[in-house]
Design a binder for this molecule. Structure first.
Ligand code: FAD
Length: 378
């Protein structure tokens, strides 16, 4: 490059560094901000060139120039240094008390019941959730009541453009917004917060972020083609993954339960998940996943004062119940989370160096991640 030539940080760079390399997570952060990008069956597609040298599409993307220390400083006031499950005030297990949530929900219904409670208590005025259409394609939806929460409950294991709803929404004044998202999505939200570009998205109104644990998400188009073949065209009602050591992908289609080995669906994991460091959605107020071996219970990581306050109020109001998480479960969680980070660093090392990655990490931290085990951290 000639001296003085500006480095592109716009759509051109997004295309070269993310879209063309198949590293897009389909989070939706770049959508509905400009006329050139669209979502198509779980992919972000470029419609035309853009000659801006800097763009929000690049600045908000969770796979471009992520300065982890800067982001963690903004969200938690400290560097990226808690390498197992990220900053945590408390870790416990919980479940919704009202059976309507547990019936529709993926696990213990804590996510849905907390969004419902936050709306009823006016802690938030709107939520952004991820329902699926009739063909199981996820999309971001603004919800303002229980009906919307119930229709979004459950997991699709396919990633979709949740955050487009934040950019696209016809927001009413300064209303407070709560968002439920995957680790890549909560990272994109934190990038929106830290970006110095003029904001066209109401990120400053987002006052509640609930993150979902995620080991990987699937690529919609090839996965659906595979699944439709397996379920003989029956309509798919629920997807579930059983805990280790079994690890079976269960598909309830029509009235029939299909059981597929998780290894059988690995080819459909998005390549962008293989470079993701985050299993527990660290940049959230509350992070929520399943509890291994405890059906109907969620693991909950409380990370911020906002998260702690919401959980305390919901418990006091009888919306959720909590129990301590066993030492064994906690160790497994930490080990699984560290393993995800280690795999990424190992793979990047093999492919020619961590310094070329989309994130920056100090050599000391890389060494710690590669050497520590979950149990030594408890
Ligand atoms: C792609 C994916 C991978 C996951 N991997 C793991 C894992 O490895 N380990 C683990 O413990 N848990 C994982 N989970 C989380 C788990 O499936 C449950 O969502 C979580 O335990 C919360 O349970 P719940 O009963 O409280 O959720 P519910 O009350 O059913 O609420 C679930 C919420 O998830 C949102 N949602 C559903 N699908 C998506 C999506 N594709 N993108 C963004 N948001 C979505 C919906 O808006 C809904 O509000 C994963 C979820 C997804 C979507």
């Amino acid at each position: 490059m000639e001296t003085g030539e500006k480095i592109n940080r716009g759509l051109k760079a997004l295309e070269e560094k993310v879209l063309d390399r198949n590293l897009c997570t389909a989070c939706g952060a770049c959508l509905s901000l400009c006329p050139y990008l669209r979502s198509w069956k779980g992919r972000v597609v470029k419609l035309d060139d853009c000659n801006l040298e800097e763009g929000r599409c690049f600045a908000y993307c969770p796979r471009t120039e992520v300065d982890l220390d800067e982001i963690y400083q903004t969200v938690f006031g400290k560097n990226y240094e808690e390498i197992d499950v990220g900053p945590a005030r408390k870790i416990m297990m919980a479940r919704a008390k009202n059976p309507i949530w547990r019936k529709k929900a993926q696990t213990g219904g804590v996510v849905s019941s907390l969004v419902d409670f936050a709306l009823r208590e006016k802690i938030i005025r709107a939520g952004i959730l991820t329902p699926r259409d009739g063909d199981l394609l996820p999309y971001g939806q603004i919800i303002r009541g229980r009906k919307g929460i119930l229709s979004a409950a459950g997991s699709s294991y396919v990633s979709g453009p949740t955050l487009e709803a934040l950019n696209r929404g016809a927001w009413k004044g300064q209303e407070r917004i709560g968002i439920v998202g995957l680790p890549c999505q909560v990272l994109a939200l934190a990038r929106m917060k830290t970006s110095k570009l003029e904001k066209k998205t109401p990120i400053d109104q987002v006052n509640l972020v609930i993150g979902l644990f995620c080991t990987w998400a699937l690529d919609y188009k090839p996965f659906m083609a595979f699944l439709q073949d397996r379920v003989d065209g029956r309509s798919i009602k629920k997807l579930n993954i059983t805990p280790p050591p079994e690890r079976i992908f269960e598909v309830l289609a029509g009235n029939k339960l299909y059981r597929i080995s998780v290894d059988g669906i690995r080819p459909f994991i998005r390549p962008s998940c293989r470079v993701c460091l985050d299993m527990t959605a660290e940049l959230s107020d509350l992070s929520i996943g399943t509890v291994e071996g405890k059906e109907g219970w969620n693991t909950v990581i409380v990370r911020t004062a906002m998260g702690e306050n919401l959980l305390k109020r919901a418990k006091r109001a009888g919306v959720i119940e909590t129990r301590p998480l066993s030492k064994n479960n906690l160790n497994h969680l930490k080990e699984a989370s560290l393993l995800k980070k280690r795999r990424v660093l190992d793979a990047l090392n093999e492919k020619g160096g961590i310094e070329k990655a989309y994130f920056t990490l100090s050599p000391q931290l890389i060494k710690r991640i590669l050497s520590e085990s979950g149990e030594s951290l408890t």
